[in-house]
Design a protein around this ligand. Sequence first.
Ligand SMILES: [Fe+2]
Length: 266
Amino acid sequence: MKYKISDDSKLPQFVVDTWGPLVFLFMQDLRDQPGQIEKVKEHLSSMLAPLKGITADMGIETFQLADIWEDPMKCHFGFYDGNYCDANHIRDTHPSLAERLDLKNYHCEFLGPTSLQTCPVKEDSSDVRSGGMAYYFKLPPTVAVNIYKQTRDRSVPLPPDTMNKDVMDTNIVIPVSEKETKVSFGFYFPPGTEQSSKDAYIASSKGIQEEDRLVCESVQIGNDSDDIEIEAIDTGMFMKPEVLEFGFQKWMIEELEKIISELKKG
Ligand SMILES: [Fe+2]
């Protein structure tokens, strides 16, 4: 369905972009700032560029939503967010996942404001995430996209009867209250993915989320306690502990300082 909007319409105007099966909306009403539209378009497009690059040869636009699952958590959304961006938590929180990842080659990159964590996945025919690369992409503060991309020659079509094992899932983080968060998971698969493979991936993701929930809710309990002891552990395994979260906080301070300086000028 199409609508024709008259030029003098007072409707809000938002910039949108698309990637794969998803639509991204930049939540800034630009109806009174038409000169900003191109700039915001470029900004949104540059934020999505890493995702578009990773999936350029995956046919991601054909992926189909198989299931949505919402998990209520008893913690502030910031704890969930911080946990996601802390690469070090994988080894202790997700021991079974950690065994399947080649953690020595785990990399974190802060792209301002987005971030990307990448890690090769070990070959294991019994595992739904066997071989290839894992990508954990964060659009702060509330959206994450996780991609498992199998390694193969993508210039040739998959032989008949060979299943495309690429997978993508989204995490939408919904702050509910100071101590409650809801995370909505969307699971996407290429056309033709067998139901058993979808079920195995979704069950595995739910197990990982269960492990994350226990950590995040424990952090909330610790945060509420008067008796807090914080112990910083630098395992030296990754580039730098919490490099992504720190990068985002630093970026946000710089952005806020720019806004304050503009306001002072005006
Ligand atoms: Fe986790």
